[in-house]
Design a binder for this molecule. Structure first.
Ligand code: ADP
Ligand code: MG
Ligand code: ZN
Length: 536
């Protein structure tokens, strides 16, 4: 037995089995049931969304031996012959290959004769926008004074190219792209009835790749059945499509959210190891940023509950502006890939750019400034590893480092908080500095007090690093000594924490004080989970 491709085998034969396009089905059903028939219909929409399918159902509806009906029987000889593509009064013309005026006049001449078998002659002109101007003109005459027994069904992917004179004589229906969930459900039904084993996640990839076209989804399904030797598995499908697995994408999002450059690069390395396509990775990241942004602004736009749940955490951790930037970086990063030394470099640079623009770095200055290359100074300083620098770059450090990259004898401060903020240090050295208090500062030496609770921060490497940076800052040779002793005032770390606490309290207060929130709380006898409130 020969194998029939799924798209053909599963072409819906009735309005009831058609997936989606409810708006079109409703209008056509109504018209057929009321016998209010137009002589020319125009179906528009991208490929594989049901234009030809609906045209054939219409042809049956008009010619079924049970009478004009929105539910053609499917068993009379007219229905069977239309389904089989051999009904004498039904003609499908592909305007892409029969675009000239001769083809059209030929067709129109035949149209003048009464139907042989059916009630109506039904002419489907596919890709009608491809007709020449002359052919359109010839058709227009017939459309103006159509014979009673002729119905035209025009289909196009590009309605803009159809002359307005023709458009105005057709009843136009715009078919929609297939939502992912509709595709997944349809594929599931088909595989169940074909008794093909499959992993649900595989269908998600296929549906995504089909980009709204049911025909493409079914062709890809054919391919993946062949590829997987009769089984549709996620891994194989991903392999076939060359798509980057969600695991990688979400690992990237997690690392971005945590501003963890080390993790980010590690994921990129794994992807490189598996020869994944960095271009499609950037594209899929852009898709994710877009979906997360949508979730923030219009959650109902995400019809798929599973997707909504999956993305919800990211909608909270990413700020809206940051998402916009990441989206831009991802799509422009794709162009840059071609210019990059290699794709890995292009990809990782795009990721680093996202980190460099993260809101923690950006919020201290304003965003405009953050975009300026200067703000990236902490990330690109040769004496700090990119990972460590951007991981710990605090707002203040970013600002000051940008404004004052080398201290020299620019104005120096003896306020320890200001000094720490200005130092280009990261990691342990910064931790150490932040937990200290200035004890003594002379021409030749600087003594810091480190509270015993933090004495684990002491160590030769961070201390050497801190000493070197202090020397740069003050522009003279200084010996750094660290005393373990209780601090008498507040260390930068404590200050940061209390500022954070204060902002948190303000955030809680403003939520609790909000009249809308209060109303909701009262109306539903709700409580506010304070741990979920984040200062903005
Ligand atoms: N709305 C739909 N519901 C179910 N299957 C569809 C739908 N649209 C397209 N298909 C599938 O795709 C195949 C091609 O659809 P077709 O109607 O020829 O698309 P086009 O819009 O390009 O004319 C059909 O045979 C069918 O298997
Ligand atoms: Mg078609
Ligand atoms: Zn019939």
């Amino acid at each position: 037995m020969s194998y029939q491709v799924l798209a053909r085998k599963w072409r819906p034969k009735s309005f009831a089995t058609l997936v989606g396009q409810e708006h079109v089905v409703r209008a056509l059903t109504h018209a057929l049931d009321q016998k209010r028939l137009h002589h020319a219909y125009l179906f528009t929409g991208t490929r594989g969304v049901g234009k030809t399918t609906i045209a054939r159902i219409m042809a049956k509806a008009l010619n079924c031996e049970t009478g004009i009906t929105s539910t053609p029987c499917g068993t009379c000889s007219s229905c069977v012959e239309i389904d089989g593509g051999r009904f004498i009064d039904y003609l499908e013309l592909d305007a892409a290959s029969n675009r000239g005026v001769e083809d059209m006049t030929d067709l129109l001449e035949k149209a003048t004769y009464a139907p042989t078998r059916g009630r109506f002659k039904v002419y489907v002109i596919d890709e009608v926008h491809q007709l020449t101007g002359h052919a359109f003109n010839a058709m227009l005459k017939t459309l103006e004074e159509p014979p009673e027994h002729v119905k035209f069904i025009l289909a196009t992917t590009d309605p803009q190219k159809i002359p307005i004179t023709v458009l105005s004589r057709c009843l136009q229906f715009n078919l929609k792209q297939m939502p992912q969930q509709h595709i997944i459900d349809h594929l599931t039904r088909i595989l169940d009835s074909e008794q093909v084993r499959f992993e649900p996640l595989a269908l998600r990839h296929l549906a995504k790749a089909a980009a709204g076209s049911m025909r493409d989804a079914l062709s890809l399904l054919d391919q993946s059945i062949a590829h997987g030797a009769g089984v549709v598995e996620e891994e194989k499908v991903r392999d076939m499509l060359g798509t980057v697995g969600d695991d990688y994408l979400f690992a990237l999002l997690d690392a971005l959210g945590a501003r963890d450059v080390t993790a980010l690069i590690a994921v990129a390395d794994q992807m490189e190891g598996r020869s994944l396509n960095f271009d499609s990775a950037l594209q899929e990241l852009a898709v994710l940023f877009h979906r997360v942004a949508l979730l923030q602004f219009a959650p109902e736009a995400l019809g798929d509950i599973a997707e909504r749940d999956r993305l919800k955490p990211y909608a909270t951790i990413f700020d809206a502006e940051f998402l916009q930037l990441c989206y831009q970086i991802a799509i422009h990063g794709r162009d840059d890939l071609a210019l990059a030394p290699d794709e890995y470099a292009g990809f990782t640079m795009a990721l680093l750019r996202m980190v460099a623009f993260n809101p923690v770095t950006a919020s201290a200055t304003n965003v405009g400034q953050a975009i300026a290359p200067k703000a990236a100074v902490p990330v690109t300083r040769p004496n700090a590893t990119p990972a460590a620098a951007s991981l710990t770059a605090t707002p203040v450090a970013a600002t000051v480092a940008a404004a004052k990259p080398v201290a020299g004898n620019v104005q120096v401060s003896d306020d320890w908080h200001a000094i720490v903020a200005a130092l280009a240090i990261s990691g342990m050295a910064r931790q150490l500095a932040q937990h200290c208090e200035l004890g003594e500062l002379s021409e030749t030496q600087i003594v810091l007090r480190l509270p015993p609770a933090h004495k684990h921060l002491q160590g030769k490497a961070p201390q050497d690093k801190l000493q070197a940076e202090l020397q740069t800052y003050f522009g003279r040779s200084l010996k750094l000594t660290i005393d373990i002793a209780a601090a008498s005032g507040t260390t930068p770390a404590e200050l940061a924490r209390s500022v954070q606490r204060e902002r948190q309290e303000q955030a809680i207060a403003s939520i609790e004080g909000d009249s809308f929130v209060r109303e909701v709380v009262e109306m539903f006898d709700a409580t506010i989970d304070e741990s979920t409130i984040k200062p903005i």
